[in-house]
Design a protein around this ligand. Structure first.
Ligand SMILES: [Zn+2]
Length: 184
């Protein structure tokens, strides 16, 4: 397994604090398998994922402002499905209101829409707390395996390429990213 936490050099520091602390707990357990990598340009996230893609075992992704504890990693590792995510909210502003909604989307059947509480499957997910098994990663034919796109487009492009039903775990993990900043 490789546990990969990526963070942007220009991200808001207060958003990263709890995520960083939680990841330190993961590192205490997983040691050198828990890696933190800086994203200094638009394609750095892609490079890090592509480099980790062929590592043995599961690939767990943690984004800079998502609070992922060892218990989350254990649960994802224990689940038999090829691709899993923990649910978490994003906080879009509508008028003067902030209306939290699940970052993951489902479209079976019908249009893409945020998942409801407890929904078990998603087709389009964020990678804030995700686990992709080796067998699924190795099933990708194109090279590079991870679509080479800027970080904003990466999760969507990867979902399209994998074309898999993502198994969604609840309750939500904490996403410390509130509106008012362009960095997701
Ligand atoms: Zn699962």
């Amino acid at each position: 397994m490789i546990l990969l936490r990526t963070y942007a050099v220009d991200g808001r520091e207060h958003d990263k604090h709890a995520s960083r602390e939680a990841f330190a707990e993961c590192r205490a357990i997983y040691g050198n398998l828990a890696v933190e990598l800086e994203c200094a340009d638009a394609y750095a996230y892609w490079r890090h994922l592509e480099n980790a893609w062929h590592a043995p075992g599961s690939l767990v992704t943690v984004e800079q402002d998502v609070v992922v504890l060892p218990s989350h990693v254990r649960e994802l590792e224990a689940c038999p499905h090829p691709a899993c995510v923990f649910a978490y909210d994003i906080y879009p502003v509508r008028g003067a209101l902030v209306v939290p909604e699940c970052v993951h989307r489902g479209n079976w059947p019908g249009e893409s829409a945020p998942l409801g509480e407890g929904d078990e499957w998603a087709s389009l997910v964020g990678l804030g707390c995700a686990r992709i098994r080796q067998e699924l990663r190795e099933s990708v034919v194109p090279t590079p395996a991870v679509p080479r796109v800027p970080w904003r487009e990466l999760a969507g492009a990867l979902c399209t390429r994998l074309d898999v039903a993502w198994h969604v775990h609840w309750p939500r993990v904490v996403h410390d990213h509130w509106p008012g900043d362009a960095v997701a």
